[in-house]
Design a protein around this ligand. Structure first.
Ligand code: FES
Length: 177
């Protein structure tokens, strides 16, 4: 029950205490944002961003992620000046193609150790990775390569030579041209 003294004071000042007087703030001041509200807004923003990124990722799914590999069978045009026993490497292929008196043949340049690309040398082939050596027909002369370089199938169709990297033939097999 209010005391008579307080009641008379209120009456003199102008009535009960207003809201502004209670909080000490004007109605035009923005209300302070609590830490809980800030964290809530941040988590909402993070969830929205994750949703957006997920949606963008899903829209990209139909695109092929892997490019098709080139065909293992390819056409070869040997230079007219290619000397007997001289290696010709078709552009973009890891194959050495040769022409000699007995015909045309192709040897893979992929090292049988761990797959590095061997370099043709005067002695045969040399691997730059772990030092394996091969002679002219691909036989291993120095390890660690465990096997000889494979010979690849060479065919002729309508006057055009084709080499098939996916098809091995016996060492020494030549195509007579
Ligand atoms: S990959 Fe050729 S020697 Fe190791």
């Amino acid at each position: 029950m209010p005391s008579p003294w307080n009641a008379s004071c209120s009456a003199r000042i102008g009535g009960p205490m207003s809201e502004t007087q209670k909080t000490g703030r004007s109605r035009l001041d923005p209300e302070p944002v609590s830490r809980r509200d800030v964290l809530g807004l941040m988590s909402l923003w993070a969830a929205g961003s994750a949703l957006l990124f997920g949606l963008v990722g899903m829209l990209r799914l139909p695109k092929a992620a892997v490019l098709s590999s080139p065909s293992k069978r390819f056409r070869v045009t040997l230079p007219a000046t290619l000397a007997a026993g001289e290696a010709f490497t078709p552009p973009g292929r890891n194959v050495a193609v040769y022409r000699d008196e007995q015909g045309v043949y192709a040897i893979s340049r992929v090292c049988t150790h761990l797959g590095c690309i061997v370099k043709p040398t005067e002695e045969g082939f040399e691997c730059p990775c772990h030092g394996s050596r091969y002679d002219h027909d691909g036989t291993v002369t120095k390890g660690p390569a465990p096997r000889a370089l494979p010979w690849l199938e060479v065919k002729e169709q309508a006057g055009t030579l084709y080499v098939d990297e996916g098809s091995n033939v016996a060492s020494g097999t030549r195509l007579k041209v």
